[in-house]
Design a protein around this ligand. Structure first.
Ligand SMILES: C[S@@+](CC[C@H](N)C(=O)[O-])C[C@H]1O[C@@H](n2cnc3c(N)ncnc32)[C@H](O)[C@@H]1O
Length: 235
């Protein structure tokens, strides 16, 4: 059964067809991913999360490791609720999350999803997938390291998805933070899975002194949902 066969907020057959294909391809990689993580699963079951080894990221070069459909629907609906026009995405991979976000931007009347992805092959494929969904007008994928590609932001940001390698999450957020408007939202994937490497990041968002109100939602394996409640330069 296709993942988006249940009623979906994305009222677009073309978009749903592409998403169904991409989610199915990602699901076919699951058995290999489970085998890869098998030795690390006890940590996950004990609530400690999985250790992240940033020297071994080549394993993920052909892996989708996408957000789940429920998270995609959630992102689409949030983006519609706050009328998001500018969305930043750290970690585009093959474009699954980008498609949910770009559909919302289009349905909001236009705007842009600025995605960033460090792997050239993924950027090429993501662009193809996004074009197949008919959404290329609403997407700017910046190829390269998000720590560099996102330094040229010059507009107010409504919504952010943080879904790249965990050890970079806080540095990337700090680049985007000055542009996030009050009422803007940051959604972050995998915060329970990668508890240790994301600790500083989650602590930052959950400390009200930093201008956010934030909570870990039981969506997939922990989705941090953070609302910016004031500008970064106010006390
Ligand atoms: C979990 S995947 C993203 C999945 C995607 N959001 C989706 O739902 O389909 C993380 C991606 O971040 C990319 N990435 C990791 N470090 C990065 C960096 N410094 N700059 C840009 N992309 C990066 C990886 O190559 C990988 O494709």
């Amino acid at each position: 059964m296709s993942k988006l066969s249940k009623p979906s907020a994305l009222n677009d057959a073309k978009v749903k067809t592409v998403l169904n294909r991409l989610h199915a391809e990602a699901d076919r990689q699951l058995p290999r991913l489970i085998l890869h993580y098998l030795p690390k699963l006890p940590g996950l079951f004990l609530g400690k999360g999985i250790k992240w080894d940033q020297t071994k990221t080549e394993y993920y070069n052909d892996k989708y490791i996408p957000i789940e459909p429920d998270q995609g629907e959630f992102l689409y609906l949030i983006a519609r609720a706050i009328n998001a026009k500018t969305i930043i995405e750290f970690g585009t991979s093959f474009g699954i999350s980008t498609i949910y976000l770009a559909t919302a931007v289009r349905d909001n009347g236009g705007g842009i999803v600025i995605g960033t992805e460090i792997l050239h092959e993924k950027v090429v494929q993501a662009r193809k997938n996004i074009a197949e969904a008919g959404l290329e007008t609403y997407v700017d994928i910046r190829e390269g390291d998000g720590l560099k590609t996102l330094t040229t932001l010059n507009k107010t940001v409504d919504l952010v998805l943080i879904d790249g390698w965990p050890e970079l999450a806080l540095d990337v957020l700090k680049i985007i933070d000055p542009f996030i408007r009050p009422g803007g939202i940051v959604v972050s994937d995998n915060v329970n899975t990668f508890k240790e490497p994301l600790k500083d990041y989650v602590d930052f968002l959950q400390n009200p002194a930093n201008g956010y109100r934030s909570s870990t939602l039981n969506l997939k394996d922990g989705t941090e949902f953070s609302v910016k409640v004031r500008r970064h330069d106010e006390n």
